[in-house]
Design a protein. Structure first.
Length: 276
């Protein structure tokens, strides 16, 4: 059995071409596609992510507007900044960096983003539309998972898919997108009993549990497809939620790093340009 290494870059490159063309066409009409990024405090991961998004949008021909607020900003102040960006006709999309400082309700900030400027499905109206299958614009990571599976020709219709993790950011929305492709989906979490037995029934596993090497080879069947969403720092390495040894039993799997994360950033850009 030949194992397919489902790298993210070839997937992202397909989207890059289309997005670049849309941004160029908008520029010819006098519109500079602009992503506003709101960062509150000094969370290192948020600043790294911000830097990557700025570099990406500029490489596609668009622009970034970065608003950095001190960590002790009030929730009211942050929401006020978001609402001002909603009214700014030169801003195409808005992305508040999560997580917010503990004294700020991130859900409230996300809900303040105008639905048509929301690039990561933070507004509950947009997430509700995804749930009701009225919209395909789920959060960027679930869409990244689906884009990879489609690109590499992984059949989902009628397949048993196990999603590990039930977060609003990945687990729940990716389950909805998989259901829309007629997969039979089981969502597992910290209270799930007999998890290894459930995993052994899976044709496809989407791992988004946030624990390094959580899925072991003995938990999966031969020929399983692995989509590893996890990015965990282990010493000086980045590890996924799936033990690398599982690759020997898989028919296809995403590497970490170099898999889902590479596509996720491009999904933000696709959503940014959806109304052009």
């Amino acid at each position: 059995m030949e194992t397919i290494l489902m790298r993210g870059k070839p997937v992202a490159d397909v989207y890059r071409e289309t997005i670049t063309e849309k941004i160029a066409a908008a520029k010819q009409r006098g519109l500079l596609v602009t992503l506003a990024i709101v960062v509150v405090g000094d969370d290192p991961a948020s600043h790294v992510y911000k830097g990557r998004l700025v570099k990406l949008i500029e490489s596609l021909g668009g622009a970034a507007k970065v608003i950095e607020l001190p960590g002790d900003s009030s929730e009211e102040d942050v929401i006020g900044v978001v609402k001002k960006l909603n009214r700014n006709r030169y801003v195409t999309g808005i992305l508040p960096m999560m997580p917010m400082p503990k004294h700020i309700n991130g859900d409230a900030v996300g809900a303040a983003v105008s639905p048509n400027k929301d690039v990561d499905c933070l507004n509950p109206q947009n997430s509700g539309d995804v749930f009701m299958e009225r919209s395909k614009w789920a959060a960027c990571t679930p869409r990244s998972c689906m884009a990879i599976l489609e690109h590499y020709g992984i059949e989902l219709d009628g397949k048993n898919v196990v999603v590990i993790g039930r977060s609003n950011v990945v687990g729940k929305p990716v389950a909805m997108l998989l259901l829309a492709k007629n997969a039979t989906v089981t969502v597992c979490h910290s209270h799930t009993k007999e998890l290894p037995e459930l995993l052994k029934t899976a044709d496809v596993i989407v791992a988004a549990v946030g624990k390094a090497c959580f899925v072991k080879p003995e938990m999966v069947k031969e020929g399983v497809v692995i989509v590893d969403v996890g990015i965990n720092a282990v010493g000086d390495k980045l590890m996924g939620d799936v033990d690398p040894a599982v690759a020997a039993k898989a028919s296809a799997f995403t590497p970490v790093p170099g898999g889902v994360g590479v596509v996720s950033n491009m999904m933000v850009m696709e959503c940014l340009t959806r109304n052009l």
